[in-house]
Design a protein around this ligand. Structure first.
Ligand code: HEM
Length: 479
């Protein structure tokens, strides 16, 4: 029995690691545009806790197989909260999060002489993302509890990986009872916290002229009834006599998983990016000065903040952001699974169906054949990249000189590039304008090392601390 069990556990699909940029580009971008055949747009069975716990009944965007459900969920996100019109509608929430963060950092500096930036940045970003998800007015204690449970979930991802390696749910529960129960407990906490907020959105629908929350868009969404096999979706007669796909609303379990994905992706990627950028800037006083000069030239001294409309003019700032994303991509890996119909060929070799392909974004960003001094932080290489929209365009198309893919590539690439660059630019510009960032000493000094214990997100091994010297008069917190 034990021998059979080991056989089952060992029968994982073969894996292939891709670490050079040209191969990754070829596979992810060209492979996903193949016509007639497959799309090379599936991920291996997901580690998404919602999918694992529900026996792959509930999917979010990351875990959904390439097909109708994925299309509906992704389109809802990009045409809803991530749409440029709606992103502008969240300006007040961004300002609120920024001012809270600045006050928090000032208070810590005054009290302790050193700030623990990691915690403050993460909770400011979580507050913003939770407003985009559930709307304004959520009790601060509930927001804190949601942030805590989200972190518990991320730290449990290594355990989830073990669970995914077991083919049958019942077997998995039996062998890894403790890990399973822990994951169930985390999920229960999420349900207790999210479901009342989701019900609140149900009771108070948004008017068409109001900026939608993510939950409101999900509550309005209809998704196809059958999604695994597109061709077999049951069809019903449509109003003009044609066939119409059957549709349904999302269930509560799916809504909880999708909110968790939004809060997790939105918070961790952004807050990790902000920390790596500030960490590198603390090592480059000359870059801080260059950024102050361009901000001071672009923004009047008595203006409350560096507004979003100015960000496109800040060339040094854009260069620093890109260089940090190249060296320290906030998501470490991109995954794909070769399907029968994909016909993937690499180096003249046909890659068998079932192979799990793992793209290391850090290795791609440091490919020696693409970059000179690939391990050095040299924002100068991105100088005169055009800033703002041209950066977004370049990253979206993976064209031009931007030979890196911190947001992935192909059809499954990150849908939130514009929003991420907007948020990162806005926070960094304003944090730079408010403070001079100096490195702390001894065990609090900046260390540019990744925490190898955390899967997926590129957390810093040592939490980011700094001495902050205010550059402007005190700002008041918006309550
Ligand atoms: C610095 C910020 C961010 C970075 C670097 C980043 C990076 C990535 C990467 C590398 C992927 C995998 C792409 C692939 O497989 O080719 C991804 C997917 C995804 N990201 Fe992001 N992300 C960021 C911010 C966000 C934000 C703010 C959200 C949501 C609010 C988000 C939502 C998603 C979703 C839903 C997917 C799955 C897309 C799909 O399967 O179709 N990301 N992201």
């Amino acid at each position: 029995w034990l021998a059979n069990l080991k056989l089952v556990l060992a029968s994982k699909p073969p894996a292939m690691f891709v670490t050079d940029y040209a191969a990754a580009h070829n596979l992810l971008v060209r492979g996903s545009r193949a016509v007639g055949g497959g799309s090379f747009s599936n991920r291996p069975p997901s580690m998404s806790p919602s999918a694992v716990l529900s026996g792959r009944l509930y999917h979010n965007i990351i875990s959904a197989p390439y097909g109708q459900l994925w299309r509906a969920l992704r389109h809802n996100l990009t045409s809803g909260v991530l749409h440029p019109t709606h992103l502008r509608g969240y300006a007040a929430a961004r300002r609120h999060a920024l001012r809270g963060l600045v006050v928090d950092l000032r208070e810590q500096q005054l009290a302790d002489g050193v700030v623990l930036a990691t915690e403050s940045i993460r909770s400011a970003v979580f507050g913003l993302v939770s407003t985009m998800c559930f709307g304004e007015g959520v009790d601060a204690a509930v927001v804190r509890a949601m942030a805590d449970v989200q972190m518990e979930l991320i730290l449990s991802l290594p355990a989830v990986r073990t669970l995914v390696s077991v083919p049958f749910l019942a077997l998995c529960r039996l062998i890894y009872r403790k890990r399973w129960n822990k994951l169930v407990a985390i999920r229960q906490k999420q349900e207790e916290l999210y479901l009342p907020l989701i019900d609140g959105c149900r009771i108070h629908p948004r008017h068409s002229d109001e900026t939608p929350t993510y939950v409101h868009t999900l509550l309005d969404l209809h998704v196809p009834v059958e999604f695994e096999a597109d061709d077999q979706i049951p069809a019903a007669p449509g109003p003009a006599g044609g066939k119409q796909r059957q549709q349904r609303r999302l269930e509560d379990g799916e809504l909880v998983g999708l909110c968790s994905e939004f809060l997790g992706s939105g918070t961790e990627s952004l807050s990790v990016a902000l920390q790596w950028i500030m960490a590198n800037l603390m090592k480059r006083a000359d870059m801080q000065e260059a950024i102050w000069r361009e901000i001071d030239a672009a923004v009047e001294a008595d203006t409350e903040e560096v507004g979003e409309e100015v960000l496109g003019k800040l060339d040094h700032l854009s260069a620093v952001i890109l260089e940090a994303l190249r060296l320290h991509p906030t998501t470490m890996w991109v995954f794909r699974q070769v399907m029968e119909e994909d016909q993937v060929v690499h180096d003249g070799q046909h890659i068998p169906a079932g192979t799990k392909m793992v793209f290391s974004l850090e290795a791609l960003g440091r490919d020696k054949t693409v970059w000179t001094d690939p391990d050095e932080f040299k924002p100068e290489r991105f100088q005169a990249c055009g800033g703002g929209e041209s950066v977004t365009k370049n990253l979206l198309s993976m064209a031009g000189d931007m030979k890196m893919m911190p947001f992935g590539a192909g059809r499954r690439m990150c849908p939130a590039i514009s929003m991420s660059l907007l948020h990162i630019g806005y926070f960094i510009a304003n944090l730079m304008r408010e403070f001079e960032w100096r490195e702390a000493e001894g065990e609090h000094a900046v260390q540019l090392h990744t925490d190898a214990n955390v899967l997926l997100f590129n957390f810093m091994e040592r939490p980011l601390r700094a001495h902050l010297v205010p550059r402007r008069p005190v700002v008041k917190k918006v309550r």
